[in-house]
Design a protein around this ligand. Structure first.
Ligand SMILES: *[C@@H]1O[C@H](CO)[C@@H](O)[C@H](O)[C@H]1NC(C)=O
Ligand SMILES: [Cu+2]
Length: 251
């Protein structure tokens, strides 16, 4: 079973340039459209395009929950990490951020989660490392009819997922960490596939709310965190979405 999962993933990685797994390719904030980091184009374009999304190597998942790649995707296996992006998107607190995913494979079922972290200073120079700075603002898992956020609802919605920025959230620069957790090989660990994206925003508004408890990436997810091991094929019961409760103090 373990071997099968690894082979399945390698196979799907090899054909990924054709079939793909996925990433956020376009973001709309306050009516402005931003192209995401495009891993198959941007590194080969001169000059390298400036984006609001922190760069990552490809459309594949992160599978080791203990590495820094779990935060914003990256290249830890190759000895490198992601870097801040040069641009920041303005977004008004209380409005919706629109996230446009590339084609999402039907079998890659799982929850979609969104976190934020407030930059202590210039976000274009900030790397949170393993500090506990993240709070959850949104989550969507499996509903009572067995319908999943990904792929079911995401594909039915043409790859669009919308997240509301908490209305009373204190203004400032934030990283929005948005992810799909794909469970098609997650009957045991390793197997779960994390697809995170980090988007840099400048939240404007007049709120003054801020959470008081935070998690770290890596750290928030371990092999024993509920929802990291789950058999989507045989488990017809509810799915426990991993991570902390959604922070509602800003709403
Ligand atoms: C998502 O972005 C792609 C690439 O820019 C675009 O072709 C597509 O129309 C967008 N999808 C929606 C539903 O807006
Ligand atoms: Cu995949």
């Amino acid at each position: 079973m373990f071997k099968h999962a690894i082979i399945g993933c390698l196979l799907s990685t090899i054909i990924s340039s054709v079939q793909g797994h996925g990433y956020v390719q376009e973001i709309t904030a306050d009516g402005a459209k931003y192209t995401g980091w495009l891993p198959y184009n941007d590194p080969y374009t001169t000059p390298i395009p400036e984006r609001i999304v922190r760069k990552f190597p490809d459309n594949g998942p992160v599978q080791d929950l203990s590495v820094i790649d779990i935060q914003c995707n990256g290249w830890a296996a190759q000895g490198s990490v992601t870097t801040p992006a040069p641009l920041v998107a303005k977004i008004t607190a209380g409005s919706q951020l629109t996230l446009n995913w590339t084609f999402w494979p039907e079998d890659h079922k799982g929850p979609m989660l969104t976190y934020m972290a407030r930059a202590p200073s210039d976000i274009t120079k900030w790397l949170p490392g393993s500090s506990a700075v993240w709070f959850k603002i949104d989550e969507s898992g499996k509903d009572s009819n067995g319908v999943w956020a990904a792929s079911d609802k995401l594909d039915a919605n043409n790859g669009i997922y919308k997240v509301t920025i908490p209305k009373n959230l204190k203004p400032g620069q934030y990283i929005i960490r948005h992810e799909v957790i794909a469970l098609h090989f997650a009957a045991q660990y390793p197997g779960v596939q994390i697809y995170p994206s980090c988007i840099q925003v400048d939240v404007v508004g007049s709120g003054n709310a801020f959470p008081t408890s935070f998690v770290s990436f890596p750290g928030a997810y371990t092999p024993t965190t509920p929802g990291m091991v789950y058999d989507i094929y045989s488990n017809t019961g509810p799915y426990p979405i991993p991570g902390p409760a959604v922070w509602t103090g800003g709403n």
